[in-house]
Design a protein around this ligand. Structure first.
Ligand code: CDP
Ligand code: CDP
Length: 204
């Protein structure tokens, strides 16, 4: 496909956006961008003492490969820099160009269907209860050997969700034309199948 086809996948922390996005991108043969990584890379620089707006303006592809971007500390720092309008503005053009690239694109984040690509051909809003999301993220972090309790993971997830939902700039909220998928009681396979079915319906 040479014309753009953008799939926007938004939702709160650990809802399953990344898992679904990778599978959907593979299914349709589209490129995938995890936009959370951009904010995590800027958050990591904040933790190193750098000025976040400048860090966002100078972000490089190598910064996205930095070790440790998936840590809970970096996640919190990411949501703090993500409230800054100038940080979001610095990351906009890259995301917009990626979204409209020839051959199709899947982007996952918080504001893809609302701000980055309101014209996206398919929009999903992936959710799950905070308890389920904390369980999933805790399992993931434990498997990586992180020293963190399940209670702390739940508190972190809730704090980050509240910051993401209540900010003035590009808050986390479903686009009017997004299809909502609650994965609380779904297996990964079922969530992927539901996502592909919703996108196929938009392609038809
Ligand atoms: O990208 P996001 O933070 O929304 O979530 P993810 O990284 O895709 O998923 C978080 C964790 O939940 C991963 O370990 C997934 O394997 C798991 N997961 C799950 O158990 N059931 C689902 N339906 C979706 C994801
Ligand atoms: O994987 P998880 O859902 O836990 O987080 P992420 O997608 O990597 O995003 C980390 C943080 O970056 C979020 O809590 C948001 O504050 C911010 N973010 C954003 O503001 N806009 C996006 N499009 C993506 C992430």
């Amino acid at each position: 496909m040479s014309t753009p086809f953008t799939i926007a996948i938004d939702g709160p922390a650990a809802a399953g956006k990344g898992t679904i996005s990778k599978a959907v991108a593979a299914h349709f043969g589209f490129a995938h961008l995890d936009t959370g990584l951009l904010y995590r890379a800027v958050g990591a620089k904040l933790l190193l003492g750098m000025e976040p707006i400048e860090a966002a303006q100078r972000l490089t592809a190598e910064d996205l490969q930095t070790y440790g971007l998936r840590s809970p500390e970096v996640a919190q720092a990411a949501s703090k820099v993500a409230v800054i309008a100038e940080v979001r503005a610095a990351l906009l053009d890259f995301q917009r160009s990626f979204a409209r690239r020839a051959g199709g694109a899947v982007l996952d984040g918080r504001d893809i269907g609302t701000v980055i690509c309101p014209e996206a051909e398919a929009k999903l809003f992936v959710t799950a209860s905070a308890e389920v999301r904390a369980d999933r993220r805790f399992a993931e972090l434990s498997a990586q050997g992180a020293a963190i309790s399940r209670a702390q993971v739940l508190a972190d997830v809730k704090e980050r969700d509240a910051r993401d939902r209540n900010r003035a700039e590009a808050p986390l909220l479903p686009a009017d034309d997004a299809v909502e998928i609650d994965t609380s009681d779904m297996s990964i396979e079922a969530a992927i199948a539901a996502a592909i079915a919703a996108i196929e319906a938009r392609r038809a």
